[in-house]
Structure formats: structure tokens, C-alpha cells
Design a protein around this ligand. Structure first.
Ligand SMILES: [Fe+2]
Ligand SMILES: [Fe+2]
Ligand SMILES: [Fe+2]
Length: 313
């Protein structure tokens, strides 16, 4: 829960994070067969692609909000429809390559590690940097988010205990305090702006991963853990990512948003995915190569659709 309010922010500012330790769960011993078979380079590329896809999902939903608020319903629908492809098709397929989802125990341990890193290292460091940069609004936001991440780590720790101790109840997820990502320009500059962008990547990645962990928990008969993952994912996206996006200046005019989307899709279609597909093929990972190549073709189609929309607005 954030007490930080947009009204107090010098609106004017956005960014990405080193995704916290992903799938630090080699000990789980279960559904990791896909990942076990791929080359380290293929797995690393899958994680890079997942970071881009999770961020695109978060960003396009923010762009859709701006389009809807300004009466561009067709553009809004294009952004929300495309966002779904990035998350439910591309991110999900690449997570299988990377072996992101393990047992419920492993997934919770991974989530605890990520939340603890954010609560005790990343966000406190970003807050200190923001203070040094004279950007109080970002320092305050980072400090408040660090406190939320500590709450998430504690809830996941209790959930992990519940798997081996039937007397332990899984906590309800934190209540989401939704932040609207209005159009803004960067509130901070320099390293703090870089850190805001990094934090946004971490939040977007966490929300995407937690939804996969929730699906797994639901499938293994742990609905309360599924609910905790889903609710926490909402906090990461609708509160943390959103508040950081406002400070970072993520959303601009519909025209600027479409141009940013076209640039990202074009890079993925013409550079990133063709490179990843070729590397996977060279490493003998044929199924992964097909996933990357297909995603690349779909990104080209996204770039085309966004370009057509740009000509209409
Ligand atoms: Fe969190
Ligand atoms: Fe978060
Ligand atoms: Fe795309």
C-alpha cells in the first residue's frame, strides 16, 4: 500500500531492473524438463525476451489507458489486444524455455528471494540515490515500495510454511491501491531516472511471473497460494509499476506512445528475435528457435498495426 500520492509529485518524469534472481529453484526437481534440455545461451536469451515481453505488456496497458481517456478507442483496443499476445503467448512460451515455473515450493522460494532483494537492497539503494540526486518524490516512492516488498516477502514466507504445516494459513494478498498512469514527463534525471526504468522492468517481470506461479498453484490444488500470487501481481503492476511510470514519464501523447511501441516492436522483429532464433538453432535448440522466430514474425505484425494506427491518429 502506497501513501505516496501523485498530487505531491512534480509531474514531469520513466524506465527497467535487473530482474531479481529468476528461477533460483534448481533444487525443486520437478517440472523443469524443458529448461534442463536447452543451452545456457538459449535460456539467457529467453529471460531477456521475457523481460521485454513483460515490460511491453505493462507499457501497452498504460498506453491503452491514455488512448481510452482521449477518446481513441480503436487505439486503446489495439494496445490491450497486443499486450495480451506479449504476456499470454510470448512471455508464457519463453518461460517454458527458461524453466521459470517449478514446484510451488520452488516458486515461493524464488518469489521470497526476489522480494527480499527488492526490500532490503534494491529499493533502499535507489532511495538513497534519489535523495543524493535531490529527487525527493522518487526517494519517498522507493522507500514506500520497499516496505510493500517486505510485506510480500513475509506473506510468501508464511505461504511456504503452509505447504509443510497444515496449521499455517496462507495470508490474503495486500490490498491494491491503484495508481492511474497519466501522461507525464520525467520528474527526475540522471541515475534516478535510470533506476526508475530498471525498477519498472522488475515490477513488470514480477507481475508476469507471479501469474504463472498462480496458475501452477491453482493446478496443484493450492487456491489460497494462487490467490496470493495473483493479488501480489496486481500490486506490482497497478501500484508499483504505475507509480514509477508516472515519475519516469512513460506515457505521452497517443502519437508518442505509438512511435515508442513501433520502435520496440521493430527492434524485436528485426534484431532481437532473429538473433535469438539463430543462436538457439546453432545450439541445437530447435523448438526454442521456432518460438523465437514465431514471436519475431508476430512483432513485425504488431509494428505494422501500430504504424497503421499512427497514420489514423
Ligand atoms: Fe513485491
Ligand atoms: Fe513491487
Ligand atoms: Fe509485440
Amino acid at each position: 500500500m502506497l501513501n505516496w500520492k501523485l498530487a505531491g509529485a512534480a509531474l514531469g518524469v520513466i524506465a527497467v531492473i535487473a530482474a531479481p534472481p529468476v528461477a533460483a529453484s534448481a533444487s525443486s526437481g520437478s517440472p523443469k524438463s524443458d529448461a534442463a534440455d536447452v543451452a545456457a545461451s538459449t535460456k539467457a536469451n529467453a529471460l531477456t525476451a521475457m523481460d521485454g515481453e513483460a515490460s511491453a505488456y505493462a507499457k501497452y496497458n498504460a498506453f491503452a489507458g491514455q488512448a481510452a481517456r482521449t477518446g481513441e478507442d480503436t487505439v486503446a483496443k489495439l494496445f490491450t489486444r497486443t499486450a495480451k499476445v506479449e504476456l499470454y503467448e510470448h512471455f508464457a512460451a519463453e518461460a517454458e524455455i527458461a524453466g521459470t515455473v517449478g514446484t510451488d515450493q520452488a516458486n515461493l522460494a524464488d518469489a521470497i528471494a526476489g522480494e527480499t532483494y527488492e526490500a532490503t537492497t534494491m529499493y533502499p539503494g535507489f532511495a538513497a540515490q534519489a535523495t543524493a540526486d535531490g529527487c525527493t518524490v522518487a526517494a519517498d516512492l522507493f522507500t514506500e515500495i520497499a516496505a510493500d516488498e517486505a510485506v510480500h516477502a513475509a506473506a510468501y514466507t508464511t505461504a511456504l510454511t503452509s505447504l509443510s504445516d497444515a496449521s499455517v494459513t496462507v495470508p490474503a494478498p495486500q490490498v491494491v491501491d491503484v495508481v492511474t498512469i497519466i501522461a507525464s514527463s520525467p520528474a527526475c534525471s540522471g541515475q534516478t531516472q535510470t533506476n526508475l526504468l530498471a525498477a519498472m522492468h522488475g515490477e513488470a517481470f514480477a507481475q508476469a511471473k507471479y501469474n504463472l506461479y498462480a496458475d501452477h498453484a491453482a493446478a496443484t490444488g493450492h487456491p489460497a497460494i494462487a490467490k496470493l500470487f495473483r493479488g501480489t501481481a496486481k500490486v506490482e503492476l497497478l501500484e508499483h509499476f504505475a507509480a514509477e511510470a508516472v515519475l519516469a514519464g512513460l506515457v505521452g501523447t497517443n502519437e508518442a506512445n505509438l512511435k515508442a511501441a513501433i520502435a520496440g516492436e521493430t527492434y524485436e522483429a528485426t534484431t532481437m528475435y532473429p538473433t535469438f532464433a539463430a543462436e538457439a538453432k546453432a545450439a541445437g535448440d530447435r523448438a526454442a528457435a521456432r518460438v523465437f522466430a514465431k514471436a519475431g514474425r508476430q512483432e513485425a505484425a504488431h509494428a505494422k498495426a501500430f504504424t497503421a494506427a499512427l497514420h489514423r491518429v
